[in-house]
Unconditional design. Sequence first.
Lengths: 519, 422
Amino acid sequence: MSDQPVLELKGITKRFPGVLANDHINLTLNKGEVHALLGENGAGKSTLMNILYGLYQPTEGEIFVDGKKVDIHSPGDSIEAGIGMVHQHFMLIPVFTVTENVMLGEEETTPGGFLKRREAAKKIEELSGRFGLNVNPNAMVGDLPVGVQQRVEIIKLLYRDANILIFDEPTAVLTPQEADSLFEIMQLLIDQGKSIIFITHKLREVLDYADRITVLRRGKVVGSTTPAEANPAKLAEMMVGRAVDLDVERDPPKVGSVVLKVDNLTVMDEQSQVAVDQISFELREGEILGVAGIQGNGQTELVGAVTGMTQTSAGKITLLGKDIQNKPPRTITEMGSAHIPEDRQRDGVVSTFPIIDNLALQSYYTEPFSNGVVLNESNMRDNAAKLVEQFDVRTPSIETSVGSLSGGNQQKVIVAREFSRDIKFLVAAQPTRGIDVGSIEYIHSQIVEKRDDGVAVLLVSTELDEVMQLSDRIAVMFDGRITAMVNADDVTKEQVGLLMAGSSLEEVMANSGGEEDHD
Amino acid sequence: MTNQTEDPKEQKSDSGQTLIDELNKSMDGGTWRGSLQAALYPILAVFTGLVIGGIFIAFTTEEVYAAFRESIGAGLAAAWRSIAVSYQALFVGAIGSPSEIAEALGSGDREAIRSAFNPFLESLVTSTPLIFAGLGVALGFRTGLFNIGAEGQLFIGAVTATWVGYSFTNLPAIIHIPLALIAGFIGGGIWGYIPGWLKAKTGGHEVINTIMMNFIAFRLVEWLLRTYMQAPGSVNPISPIVADSAKLPVLGGDRFHLGFFIALLMAWATWWFLFRTKWGFSLRTVGANPNAARYAGMNIVSATVIAMSISGGLAGLAGANEILGLNHRLVPAFSSGYGFDSIALALLGKNHPVGVVLAAILFGTLRNGATQMQVDAGIPIDIISIVQALVLAFIAAPAIVRTIYRLRDTGEEGDLVTSSWG
């Protein structure tokens, strides 16, 4: 490590109309280090990086690269200064080859105007080998898996001789295996003298892979630390501004009678392929059954079948003793079921409607919100005011349209609506996907509270941590089947992870007999 | 080990989404407040449309070219003169002559006052069918349906209202008029129901089907006027005249009739239905987010059919209004494209009943004034179509108006308080 930082930000301030997105931010990046920038949605991370990338101009402040002051007015300036960015959403043209994508914007041609494709491909191959990227320069980008597309983005930066690489939420789109190999690549980059800024809100990644951590909150740097000094609770507290209880406290479940009974259920997906393959399980009052699995193993269709949103093709679903198979969603809702949908923007809210209307979405047609014809607006407003207060929805007013709230607050609106009814059965699909730590903590505690009130909870989540923390029992779904049904206390996180990847319960239990690994 | 997978599109709000949300938000509003702010863009759009329309007037006037051949100064003066004369005629035709109005009021002569205010009342007469049909189209848009068939529904509404109008001869007006109007609503409603049902049951797109239904309606009316509905003894394709008891009473001016107030009443009723009843709530939800509507247990099939039927019914009332209030008999060319104009003005009025009324009055006024402009200044009536088109273009692309007048994009500030800048 040299004493000269490769990148130094001094007093960067960015003011948007009515919002101070960055407030006098100082940040230094040393050569050969992974510097994690941690913060909740809206903390100002992306704004800061867009300034570095030349998309925004700072209102105040200076940027130094290798000790020299630079003015960055466009992405071109940024590349010139040796700064490169791997965007969260890739900037690739799917019908072009890797070589063509990499050359884009830097097209070197022969005197006759032909692209120097072969030279470029050779350079790509060389970079790919040097940094362990394993990319075929002649492959069509659209045919590549997401993880490899991300490596193409990295090659684009290396091709342009970037020394400072910015990764914006790089693992958001990756499978766990892809994420692991990304971190190996990042290590190789560091070994060869590159420096990395790594933006995320995932605490574990930061603690495992960063050299230094800077936490942003509401546009300000609230502190810098290192993984050795920090722990998840401390980082969460820095991000949120108060102590966050990451571990959900739960009493043992008081299990009652069967609420939901699924028998040999088969559901087809939209392409008429078998998505849920003859599964059976029971769910009882006062317990949380966590359905773990990697996205796309039939969870979406299972949730659709038990909430009436998806047609089933065989089997039987019984809710509170009544057959609910292929019944309309409203019938199921009126029997006392609640549903936090997987895709909240698509199904859960009407983003152009005010909070008032969204909180009445499931019961607008009945007392107290309607007398059968006319809506009772004052009751709807009272309800909204009460729930916004009770569920801590951060909003300027109850008339604010839900679309302008942050993801966490949108989710709280849904949770408030679903939990405020008298329910016996709750389906929570990806209840905390993409939302901030504070909201996650709150929603988890609400789910556990419902369970303690005797509600039967079907929790579907691709986040292993969430399933482990909340569930009393865990069902692992793989390829449309439930491959394991275990008590949450009997398994470790690693074992569930293996089950999610397709291992059988016997294999997993046999291999990890004497292991003592409780996370 | 990282087992977290997240949906990337939920990570931050991009500017495109913000813009869409903003547009939808401005379309929304169960309350009457904030209308001043909402009116700013339409007013500027109309103003800009008239300015550019003026340039068209100058370019299409022979004398201006002649004057430019003499000198630039004379040319500019002639251009200015032609625009001034045209717009003065437009104004007088649409609103009335201020001096005449003042004189008439001063003299206190009833006949003079009636005549002075007649242009203004005529504008309202022209606006009336536009209000009815515009409300229908707006209600469809609110439910996410593009009812392009207002013109056909208007024709069928006219047919049924005419039939009720001349078939019953000894009813009191208090019964006959509502009966004929209801018949118009039902006629148009059936013409809207059919594409609505086709969409719900077969997925057939309502844009295609309503356009087809338009053609069927036009030809059906022509056929009926040659057969069952042709006036006895007539060789022309005209129906019998409706009974006096079915005619909407004239309230002032030459032709200003009750229909205008019925239209205002329907605007209020549409607003009440959309924003105050549970059915309106579910229609608006289906329009704003059909997935969430399904999740909330709303019946999208019935919402589609109901919305198309009511939408058609309102357009049918426009046809009934023209027959019972003005023509008193069905003739082939009784509508000058009101149903088509109503699509544009529903957008101009941001699919809100109040906006529709204001937009309809604007269009009616421009149309009525254009006739006078053609007579007085020899400017083709089509110039007003150009102005209308320009106004719509500016409404559809608020960014243009914003750029021209260097308006700041207000509204965004407050809305993004809790949104992500990160």
